[in-house]
Design a protein around this ligand. Sequence first.
Ligand SMILES: *[C@@H]1O[C@H](CO)[C@@H](O)[C@H](O)[C@H]1NC(C)=O
Ligand SMILES: *[C@@H]1O[C@H](CO)[C@@H](O)[C@H](O)[C@H]1NC(C)=O
Ligand SMILES: *[C@@H]1O[C@H](CO)[C@@H](O)[C@H](O)[C@H]1NC(C)=O
Ligand SMILES: *[C@@H]1O[C@H](CO)[C@@H](O)[C@H](O)[C@H]1NC(C)=O
Length: 768
Amino acid sequence: MAAAAILNILLLILSAHLLVRAQLPPFVDEGGGIDPTKTPVYIVRVRGPPVQARGGDGHHSRSLHFRSLKNWYMSFLPNATLSSGEPRMVYAYREVITGFAARLTADEAEAMEDKEGFVTAYPERAHPASTTYTPTFLGLENNPSSSLWPDSFMGAGQIIGVIDSGIAPTHPSFRDDGMPPPPTKWSGKCFWGNTRTCNNKLLGAVGFRHSLYSNPYDNDGHGTHVASTAAGNFVDNANVINQAPGRASGMAPRAHLAIYKVLFIDASGKLSATDADILAGIEQAIRDKVDILQMSLGRAELELFDSFVAIGSFAAMTKGIVPCAAVANDGPGKSFLANDAPWMLTVGASTIDREITAVVVLGNGSEIAGKSANQHDSLPSSTQFPLIYPGVILNTTASLGCLAGELQKLNLKGKIVMCYRFIINDDERGLNVKNAGGAAMILLNNKYKGQTTFAFEHVLPAAHLRNTGTRVIVRYYKNTTAPTATIQFRGTRFDFNPTPSIASFSSRGPSLTNGGIIKPDVIAPGVNILAAWPRPVGPTGSIFNFLSGTSMATPHVSGVLALLKNRHPTWSPAELQSAIMTTAYTLNRQGNPITDDYVGDAATVFEQGAGHIDPAAAAQPGLVYPLNYFDHVHYLCGLYKTDYKVELIVQGTVNCAQVKGIQAEQLNYPSFGVTLGGGKTAVTVTRRVTNVGDVAGSDYTVNVVEPDGVWVEVTPKTLRFSFVGEELTYDVDFRLKGATAAGEVKDGRLSWDSGKYLVSSPIAVTFV
Ligand SMILES: *[C@@H]1O[C@H](CO)[C@@H](O)[C@H](O)[C@H]1NC(C)=O
Ligand SMILES: *[C@@H]1O[C@H](CO)[C@@H](O)[C@H](O)[C@H]1NC(C)=O
Ligand SMILES: *[C@@H]1O[C@H](CO)[C@@H](O)[C@H](O)[C@H]1NC(C)=O
Ligand SMILES: *[C@@H]1O[C@H](CO)[C@@H](O)[C@H](O)[C@H]1NC(C)=O
C-alpha cells in the first residue's frame, strides 16, 4: 500500500474518531438555543447506504464504513456549503440514528423527500435543563448494616457519561486522589485545548455546539453540580456559607466521569440544548463506551419516536449502557413529563430531612418555619418589623410577584416584604426588594408550589415559607391592624419531617405517550442538594451550592447505578433498572406513606413510581424483571402499529405485521400500569422474573394490596426457584368489582417475598 494511502487511512481514523472537527483554542463560548438569524438545523433520518462496506474488522473497516456513510449522507444535501461558505453538514451520526444534522431551508428539506432512502426530516428544537449529606441519607456512608460502598469499590472502573452543561475541571470534587486508571475500553477525548485538565476522575470532556468544537467549561453550574452528585470525589468541609457542613462526595466517589457539554445558556438566560447537540453528545458517549448515561434534560410531552433523548437512549441501551434521565420539573400538573420511555430509568425529585432554617416570628408570637441558605445576622431577631404585602395593597399580579416597577410605588423602608414566587426568579425578586429599601423578604408558596421550599442564597435576609405557612401569615396580615414580624436564622437542622416527600415541581404521570407505562420510575433526593459549584458562593466564597430539581435527583440514581454495575457486571440495563425499582420504599421516616408536597396527602404511583431509591437493597433485589431488544419491538409495534414509527426508534427494519404487537401493560416491566372499564372488565398480564438471589432453592410467596374496586389474582402464588439464573413466569388477573368512575386511578402493590428478599412493584389501575 502506498504511504499516502496509509496516511490517508490514519487521518480518517483520527477524524472519524471524534464527530467534531477539532478546531484549536481559543474557544468561542457560543450562546445556546436556536439562532433564528441562521439557516435552521434539520435532523434528517435516512435508510442505510444501498451498498455497505464489508470485510475485515476493527478500526480500519469501521472508518471506511463511516466514510461511505458520510458520503451517503452528503448525497442528500443540495451542495456542501451555504452561500456564506459554512458547511451544511453539522453532525454525521452513526450510533444513535442513521442520519445527520444539517443546515437547510424548509424548501431544501422538502426537496430531499424525493430522494431514494430519505425517511424524514425535522427542524431541531430546544430542550430545557430540567452533596455532603445525601450519601448518609441514602445509607451509603456510616451505615454499619450496608456494605454497598466497600462491596462495589465505590463505583471504581465505571464510567458515567454526563450529558449536561460541561464542568469546572479544577473543582476539588474532580481531583483524582485514590482513583484507579481509566478502563482499557475508554477511548474518549479531553478537549480543553493545550492544557492537560483531565485526570483519572475526569476522563474526558467535549463540548457540542453545532459542530463547533466548543469549550466544555461549565459557565452555568448545572453540569458541575450534577457530575459531582453522581461521582464527585471526597471533599472535606464542604458547605454553603457555613451551612450544612460535612464531607462532600458523590454517590459513586470512585467512578470515572466523561463530560459531554450540550446545554448552553440561551438568549433568555435559560439553560437549553438542541436536538442536534443532544444526539451528538449521546453518539460520542456511546463511541467512548461509557457505562451509564446521566441526562438531566429533556422536553415534556414528546412522542417516543419524536424524542431524541429517548431515541439516543434506545441505541445506548442496546449497547448495554444504562440511560438514566430526569422526569422534568413541570409539576404539580399531571402528565407534563419527559423521558418516559420504558428503556430509560426515569427519576422524580423528593426532599431530604436537612433544613437550613429561617423562622418567621409573627407579632402575635406565632412561629412559621422557612428556609434560607444565607443566614444573615443583620436582622436583630428580637425586634419586630412592619410587614408589608404589596400584592394586597396594589392588587396586581406584578405586585404579588414583587416586580421592580410595582415596588417603587410603595415605601418599603425598614419593612419586611411579602412576595409570591412567580414571573421572575428569586434572585431578581430579592434584588428588587433590596433596591426598594426593604429590610427583608418573605417568599410565599401558592397552592401549586405546595410544601416544597428552597434554601437559596438570598441577597438580603429572607425566609421561604411553605403553602401552609403562607396561609398563616396571609391570614395574620389581613386580620391585623399593624402586622409585624421578624426572621430568626437558626442554622442547619437534620430532623425535618415528613421526609422524604415529593417535591411539588417534580413532574407526574400518567404519561400520555407511552401507552400506560408508569412514570416516573423512582424518586430520589432533589431538593436543596449541596454539590460542587464553579464559582464562589456568598460572602464566604463557598465552592458548593444548593440546587433543587429533578436534575439533582437523577445523578443520585446514576451514581447508584455505577455501584450496582460494579457489584453485578453482567446485569443488563433492564435488570439494573428492575433492581432499583423493586427495592424502592414508599413509607417516610415516621412510617407513614410518603406524601406529596403539593396536596399534602399520600403520594400516588404517578408521583413516586415504585418509590424512593434504597441503594443497599437494590444491590440485593432477589429477583429481576428482564427485558430485551425484542420485548421493546413487541411493545412498540403494539403502541404504534406502523413499522415507520417503530423504525425511527429501533433503527432496524421492522415488520409489525409479523411481530406480535403487545399492549404496554404486557411489557415485562417491574410495575403494572393497567386500564379497565369501557367494556373491558378484566385483563390478564404475564410477567417473568429471573432469580439473582444468592440462595438457590428459594421460595417466593406473593402478597397483593388490591386497588379499590379491583380483584387481583396471581397464579401461581408461590415461585419456587431451584437455581440462580432460573426464569419463572406468573400471571396476574385484574378484574373489575363493579361500576367505576371513568378517569379515576386506583393504586395497589404486588410483592414477592422470600423472607430474605422483597421484590415489590406498584400497580396503577386507570378506569376508562
Ligand atoms: C450551494 O447552494 C446555495 C443555495 O442553496 C448557494 O447559495 C451556494 O452558493 C452553493 N454553494 C456552492 C459551493 O455552490
Ligand atoms: C382586586 O382586583 C380584582 C380584579 O383584578 C377585583 O375583582 C378585586 O375586587 C380587587 N380587590 C380589591 C381589594 O380591590
Ligand atoms: C397569630 O395569627 C395567626 C393567623 O391568624 C393564627 O393562626 C395564630 O394562631 C395566631 N397566633 C397566636 C399565638 O395567637
Ligand atoms: C381575627 O382576629 C380576631 C382577634 O384576634 C379573632 O377573634 C378572629 O377570629 C380573627 N379572624 C380571622 C379570620 O382570623
